[in-house]
Ligand binder design. Structure first.
Ligand code: NAP
Length: 246
């Protein structure tokens, strides 16, 4: 039997990242569960993956800090000997109308949602490069293609994720590295929980499937993108939004 592949999922202590880590664990990957602050939650994900019979570790790193990203990559390779899949997921949303936008908000979103993705992608690609094989999946958002009032900064960062996905895919394809993205709509995680009830109701009315998505519905597609089922797919953004953007 061939050796299990290794996946690193950023922001995997909660929400979509957690669901991706669990789906990859279920599919037999060894999983590095990155978190920023919530070690206990990350350890629960690690324990759940081990209970499925796969291996997992928790890795603390603020992925908007390049030094910490390099340290995280070293830790993953030291623990598992290699890395095969990166899921760039850790992100934040800070809704602010354009007239009230603050520079700290702009910096925080750009630092994590753009620079963080680039730091992790570069660190992973440097590992994939020599073995001419690897896969990066970026978690974007439907806000990259659909205007949502209050999301000027967030949507700009997710638009950047879509463009970096295409550019990285083109650059890295000759080295056997595939880069794709998923663009979720409203998914039932802490990020959506924090919205005011009236906003949630307003958004629900716009979703043709009439419900928010489940994190595991994103995890399954991420897992499929990492698999050989998608071996000829690169540079694509898959929208998973219950029809919201139609
Ligand atoms: P979430 O529930 O708020 O979870 C965020 C995760 O990111 C946590 O694991 C958190 O770790 C981690 N994180 C935060 N800052 C970090 C940092 N600086 N370094 C490393 N990890 C960090 O978020 P989510 O809803 O699952 O969203 C995940 C991704 O999906 C984001 O990129 C988001 O933009 C995208 N997305 C979400 C939705 C949605 O409706 N939920 C829709 C479209 C796109 P700690 O717990 O340790 O702080």
């Amino acid at each position: 039997m061939s050796e299990a592949k290794v996946a690193l999922v950023t922001g995997a202590s909660r929400g979509i990242g957690k669901a991706c880590a669990l789906k990859l664990g279920e599919a037999g990957y060894k999983v590095a569960v990155n978190y920023n602050s919530n070690e206990a939650a990350a350890m629960e994900v690690v324990d759940a993956i081990k209970a499925m019979g796969s291996d997992a570790i928790a890795v603390k790193a603020n992925v908007s800090d390049q030094k910490e990203v390099k340290g995280m990559m070293r830790e993953v390779v030291n623990a598992f000997g290699q890395i095969d899949v990166l899921v760039n997921n850790a992100g934040i949303v800070k809704d602010e109308y354009v007239l009230m936008m603050k520079s700290e908000t702009i910096d925080q979103c750009l630092d994590l949602n753009i620079k963080g993705y680039m730091y992790c992608a570069q660190a992973a690609a440097l590992k994939f490069f020599s073995k001419k094989n690897g896969c990066i999946i970026n978690v974007s958002s439907v806000s990259s293609v659909l205007a949502v009032a209050g999301q000027t900064v967030y949507s700009a960062t997710k638009g950047a994720v879509n463009s970096m996905t295409a550019t990285m895919a083109k650059e890295l394809a000759p080295y056997g590295i595939r880069v794709n993205a998923v663009a979720p709509g409203f998914i039932a995680t802490d990020m959506v929980d924090q919205l005011p009830e009236d906003k949630k109701e307003e958004y629900l009315k716009e979703i043709p499937l009439q419900r928010f998505g489940k994190p595991e519905e994103i995890g399954s597609v991420v897992c499929m993108l990492a698999s050989d089922a998608c071996s000829y797919m690169t540079g694509q953004v898959i929208v998973l939004d219950g029809g919201l953007s139609l």
